[in-house]
Design a protein around this ligand. Structure first.
Ligand code: AHG
Ligand code: MN
Ligand code: MN
Ligand code: MN
Length: 325
């Protein structure tokens, strides 16, 4: 039997029909963005756009193009009320919000610092719902996500989605672009000996993170009694995808150089959706002081410390944070 298409999977797994339309729009946006990334060097689009976004980052031309593709592909979804994008400061309202309408949060291009070096990049998305007619609040905590996922633009283009019960991975046929279910029920093993962190920030780390990494580096001879491996791609999508494939723990913690913001990654369109995916796959996602999805948001672009992946390692990091060392 051939693998089910994305549409077949969504309709057979009781996704609401309006949500199926929206997810198919997001999948179309991903297909188009994969093409833009692939053609980037021909079109001269891999470099900086010369603009600074709301986070103070230099936007790449493709960050803006990917944002435009999301807006264009999704704007006609009948139940979609608003868009919250990494690249757009204000919330974009598409209609007068009615109870149950969708709110789409997205990172149009994640890992864009990797574009010119031809490494994997991706898009991340999360869907929540308007709570009451006329309610323009977009700041709901991650437990209110009704689905979330990401696309990865690597050697193959994949689309990964969850509504909280299981995580399904689809690969795009290079000839037709169609997504078929190639990775059903993706899971994160509870145990791992692989971690991911940008060690160039070691001098800023707080004690619990330094302790964790020191003990991992000490290997068999250290208190953990086993060897650890390290991988860091600077593309959250690629790091999370690796963890969903073979386990691991990913950290972008709070440190003394991002004290004010409490991390680098953005809660609404990076941390929350990846936390939902990882939890649905049997892993855990924490700030070090509690579950990411329980954080009460205060601003659409707020940042949050992120520790996610294999359950047992996240538990070790939570315990070190509880100890304060
Ligand atoms: P974006 O490209 O959407 O701004 O996100 C970049 C993020 C994330 O993908 C990655 O984990 C992290 O930034 C890498 O940060 P460093 O450059 O500090 O390693
Ligand atoms: Mn960015
Ligand atoms: Mn990102
Ligand atoms: Mn981005």
């Amino acid at each position: 039997m051939t693998a089910p298409t994305l549409r077949r999977y969504l309709t057979h797994n009781s996704f609401d029909p309006d949500l199926v339309f929206l997810l198919e729009d997001i999948a179309s946006a991903s297909r188009l963005i994969a093409g833009l990334v692939r053609r980037g060097a021909f079109e001269g689009n891999l470099g900086a756009a010369g603009e600074i976004n709301v986070q103070g980052e230099a936007q790449k031309t493709l960050d803006i193009m990917a944002n435009d593709v999301f807006e264009r592909e999704c704007a006609n979804s009948p139940r979609l009320a608003a868009l919250v994008s990494e690249e757009v400061e204000e919330v974009t309202w598409l209609k007068e919000p009615q109870k149950g309408d969708y709110l789409l949060y997205f990172d149009p291009l994640d890992g864009s610092s990797n574009l010119d070096v031809n490494l994997s990049v991706g898009s991340i998305f999360s869907v929540m719902q308007v709570q009451a007619d006329g309610d323009r609040n977009v700041l709901h905590n991650g437990r209110n996500q009704i689905c979330a996922g990401y696309a990865i633009y690597g050697p193959s283009t994949m689309f990964v989605v969850t509504k909280g019960d299981e995580v399904a991975g689809f690969s795009s046929d290079p000839d037709t672009g169609e997504f078929s279910l190639t990775h059903p029920q993706m899971t994160v093993p509870a145990e791992t000996s692989e971690y991911a962190i940008n060690t160039s920030r070691a001098r800023y780390w707080y004690a619990p993170v330094s302790r964790y990494v020191d003990e991992a580096v000490a290997g068999k001879e250290g208190p953990r009694g086993r060897s650890f491996n390290m991988r860091w791609t600077a593309s959250m999508v690629a790091d999370v995808h690796r963890i969903l494939t073979r386990g691991g723990v990913f950290l972008y913690p709070a440190d003394s150089n991002n004290q004010k913001t409490g991390g680098k990654l953005r809660l609404m369109y990076e941390a929350n959706p990846m936390a939902m995916v990882i939890e649905a796959a049997g892993g855990a996602a924490s700030t070090g002081k509690g579950a990411i999805m329980d954080v009460a948001p205060t601003a659409p672009h707020q940042r949050v410390p992120v520790i996610l992946g294999s359950r047992d390692e996240v538990a070790v990091l939570d315990a070190y944070h509880a100890d304060g060392a």
